[in-house]
Design a protein around this ligand. Structure first.
Ligand SMILES: Nc1nc2c([nH]c(=O)n2[C@H]2C[C@H](O)[C@@H](COP(=O)(O)OP(=O)(O)OP(=O)(O)O)O2)c(=O)[nH]1
Length: 156
């Protein structure tokens, strides 16, 4: 589970992006803060716990950023999720700091936390699996047309 934490759910302009500090192959690559659900744990409770542990932030959730059918991994009986590393799956919720004005702090998992303007998110070196998620986030927030399987290259 991960959180796409924006500066404001009602008027989003920037996203809180987290650069991993490990393993060495992924260090410096950006991701959405979050982590794995413990057995029997509610997904959003898991996300609350991970955000508190990793970046010391309490949040209020907005909508889920749902993976489109052509990308989603949806084992029987489970909600569709984004495919990530090593066959794992990840659900993503929009969120904002609650109470507002808290400062997120990078712990041991991250070498940097950065508020990046929504329009230039793809300038950051994201984990490979996060690129379609970031593109979908931009589309969801009205910064780019939604991509679908039927997309064609632009005519020249
Ligand atoms: N948190 C998070 N993980 C992601 C993203 N994209 C992505 O491919 N991953 C991968 C990286 C990790 O291999 C895996 C799970 O990440 P994690 O932070 O919970 O776990 P970890 O591998 O660091 O292991 P652990 O120490 O928490 O047990 O998911 C993302 O946007 N956020």
């Amino acid at each position: 589970m991960a959180a796409a934490i924006v500066d404001s759910l009602s008027r989003p302009t920037a996203l809180l992006c987290a650069a991993r500090s490990y393993p060495p192959a992924l260090a410096g690559r950006f991701e959405l803060p979050g982590g794995k659900v413990e057995p029997g744990e509610d997904p959003r409770a898991a996300l609350d716990r991970e955000l508190a542990e990793e970046i010391e932030l309490r949040v209020r959730y907005g909508e889920e950023l749902v993976a489109p059918p052509h990308l989603a991994v949806a084992p029987p009986g489970l909600a569709p999720a984004w495919p990530i590393l090593a066959g794992l799956r990840m659900r993503v919720w929009l969120a904002e700091a609650d109470p507002a004005g808290q400062r997120a702090r990078a712990g041991a998992d991250h070498e940097e936390l950065r508020w990046a303007p929504l329009a230039s998110l793809l300038d950051l070196p994201w984990l490979e699996a996060d690129i379609p998620i970031v593109e979908a986030l931009q589309a969801h927030l009205g910064l780019r047309p939604a991509r679908g399987r039927e997309d064609h290259p632009p005519l020249s």
